[in-house]
Design a protein around this ligand. Structure first.
Ligand SMILES: [Zn+2]
Length: 433
């Protein structure tokens, strides 16, 4: 059976088609032609040149969209490249990723944006949308040429990895971006409070004798950003929310009508700070893994819509870097290839329905960035992911498409895997290949 659609069309038959943007959850067929969704409904008839894919027992949904991926290129190609990051993304069911700007050089100019887009066109397996820096060199002092960055193709701006420390600069960024229609993504961290911290500040950090980062290091910046979003009317997006107090404040701000969206990562709704026990550097991330109470609050936020999207914060690091003692090892985990089963666990555990999980990875991140993706409506680019929600597998980092292996989930038994990923009608990942 061929699944190439070169010139011809492809009919994905008999799957459970879940398209949250259209409110669709039904057993039906999806037809793809000329790189676009040609039809969606029951009993579609194949033409003479139509390839068939039997999706009985599988879920067919829009391709996943990751709001927070570090492709590491240019500058850190030993960790990851646009090629390997997008191959890793395709294997995880993602069809669009937003590439964070903390490369070397930092993406604060049209030239870097164009370089990333060019690499994506030539070597990328999926769609890549760059995110430009808020400030020049992400130094937090002077606004970058935001208009130029947006014109060159940046979908948002962020000093990713670094908070915009100056409240005045953050205010100006929120004001200035209003005319470009892009959100400002902030990594909320009060650097004075988090300084020297290795993990969440709590019982476990005391037990391990490691310097902690209090939950308040995140929440005080969330509070500031919400106040500035309210003041300016600008579009604020809060990256990788990790703690209960942040979720509560976002919920209250949304209720007041503040223009804020937020994301949470699979590791933050799956693991607690206990994962660091044994001084495991693969469980070192920023923001750190928090308490059980925080995990439950993040899940609650995903459930009631306070948190808009699941994002991976895919942060590849070379094995030797993560083999350093935990205090010196860099922060971050890879996440593209384990996001789906960890998200599906929210449904298996009864927190969310399957369509809600799919929405958090498709239509909702598309809405945050206002991009024309994340739906299977007729005429849309055929970015489609086919998953087997019941398939069980064991995480073996050696099998990752990513160049890096830094995951705290090695050896975990997962349920749910990607069978096929299509971008613009072209198969970019096939589990059986
Ligand atoms: Zn970050």
């Amino acid at each position: 059976m061929t699944t190439q659609t070169n010139g011809g069309s492809l009919l994905i038959r008999g799957g459970r088609v879940i398209d949250p943007a259209a409110g669709l959850d039904a057993i039906c067929d999806v037809e793809i032609a000329d790189g676009k969704i040609a039809a969606c409904g029951p009993g579609l008839k194949p033409g003479p040149r139509t390839a068939l894919f039997n999706a009985t027992g599988l879920v067919v949904c829009p391709g996943f969209i990751d709001l927070h991926t570090h492709v590491r290129e240019p500058g850190y190609e030993y960790k990851e490249t646009v090629k390997t990051a997008t191959e890793s993304a395709a294997a995880g069911g993602f069809t669009t990723v937003f590439a964070m700007p903390n490369t070397n050089p930092i993406n604060d100019t049209r030239a870097v944006t164009e370089l990333v887009l060019d690499l994506a066109r030539r070597e990328g397996a999926i769609n890549v949308r760059p995110v430009g820096a808020v400030t020049k060199g992400s130094r937090g002092e002077e606004l970058a040429e935001i208009g130029e960055l947006v014109e060159a193709g940046c979908a948002a701006i962020s000093d990713d990895g670094r908070p915009v420390t100056s409240s005045l600069v953050m205010r100006r960024a929120l004001e200035y971006t209003l005319s470009f229609g892009v959100p400002v993504i902030d990594h909320c961290e009060d650097l004075a409070l988090s300084s020297g911290g290795v993990m969440h500040e709590g019982k476990v950090s005391t037990m391990l004798g490691l310097r902690g980062v209090p939950a308040a290091a995140e929440t005080v910046m969330v509070a500031r950003d919400l106040a500035l979003a309210e003041l300016t009317g600008g579009r604020l997006h809060l990256a990788h929310m990790s703690c209960a107090a942040s979720v509560r404040m976002i919920r209250e701000a949304k209720a007041r009508g503040v223009r804020v969206t937020a994301e949470a990562c699979p590791h933050h709704f799956t693991l607690t700070d206990e994962a660091v026990i044994g001084f495991k550097a693969d469980a070192k991330m920023n923001p750190p893994l928090r308490s059980r109470e925080d995990v439950l609050a993040v899940i609650e936020g995903l459930k009631d819509g306070t948190i808009d999207a699941i994002a991976t914060d895919h942060a590849p690091h070379a094995p030797e870097e993560k083999s350093w003692p935990i205090a010196e090892a860099p922060f971050g985990v890879v996440g593209l290839e384990t996001a789906l089963p960890l998200a599906l666990a929210l449904s298996a555990e009864g927190h969310l329905s399957l369509p809600q999980v799919i929405a958090l990875m498709t239509s909702k991140p598309a809405a945050v960035m206002r991009i024309d993706r994340g739906s299977l409506r007729v005429g849309a680019p055929a970015d489609v992911t086919v998953i087997d929600p019941e398939a069980e597998w064991v995480v073996d980092p050696a099998q990752f498409r990513s160049k890096s292996r830094n995951t705290p989930f090695a050896g975990w038994k997962m349920r749910g895997r990607v069978i096929k990923t299509l971008v613009g009608g072209k198969v970019v990942y096939d589990a059986s290949a």
